[in-house]
Design a protein around this ligand. Structure first.
Ligand SMILES: CC(C)(COP(=O)(O)OP(=O)(O)OC[C@H]1O[C@@H](n2cnc3c(N)ncnc32)[C@H](O)[C@@H]1OP(=O)(O)O)[C@@H](O)C(=O)NCCC(=O)NCCS
Length: 162
């Protein structure tokens, strides 16, 4: 798999050895980042999928990750982040495509997510896939910011993985 960066990359399940780099990316990505304990707890959760995007040469540089829950009613996206050094090269989209592929393969009806109303970059990414805002959750985040709840029917997202 290659992106506009020209660097060959692949996506695989996150393992404990990835956590240090994931935490570094997390701290640079969010005003209220997940703790190490948050990552560890999701890695142990049977409904959680945690994937990392790494360089093919060493398979040890974590460029980004995506973490989501898989349930019969659909996928819930919990976290997607790309190293600030590597944003704008299509890696976030690749991670989203891996999640969409699982929704298609597992015949799950929809994908839902929450995003800060001010996070225009992420909102653009989701809208470019076809996610739509279904409603808002006022004061959803601890600092009082509103969350936009976005959703896509899996059948509307299949074009993203072909
Ligand atoms: C959101 C995030 C994962 C996007 O990762 P990325 O690798 O930079 O995204 P991509 O390069 O794959 O972008 C794909 C598309 O998304 C949109 N997009 C992504 N970032 C954007 C930005 N900052 N501004 C506008 N559009 C953006 C564009 O449509 C882009 O397509 P284009 O490059 O052809 O215009 C990354 O910015 C990030 O880690 N942000 C911090 C964490 C975060 O906010 N996560 C979402 C939480 S809900």
């Amino acid at each position: 798999m290659s992106t506009s960066s020209g660097i060959p990359v692949s996506i695989r399940p996150m393992v404990d050895d990835d956590l240090k780099q994931a935490l570094q990316i997390e701290m640079q990505s969010y005003p209220q980042p997940w703790s190490l304990a948050n990552f560890e707890s999701e890695l142990k959760n049977p409904i959680t999928r945690a994937l990392v995007l790494t360089d093919d040469e060493t398979d040890s540089i974590v460029v980004g990750y995506i973490i989501y829950w898989v349930q019969a009613e659909g996928i819930s996206l919990l976290n997607v982040a790309v190293d600030p050094k590597w944003r704008g090269f299509g890696f976030g989209m690749k991670l989203m495509q891996a999640m969409i592929k699982e929704a298609v393969q597992e015949d799950l009806p929809r994908i839902i997510l929450e995003v800060r109303a001010s996070n225009t970059g992420a909102i653009e990414l989701y809208q470019s896939i076809g996610f739509i805002v279904t409603h808002e959750r006022k004061r959803f985040y601890a600092d009082g910011e509103t969350a936009l709840v976005m959703e896509i029917k899996t059948s509307d997202a299949t074009g993203m993985i072909q």
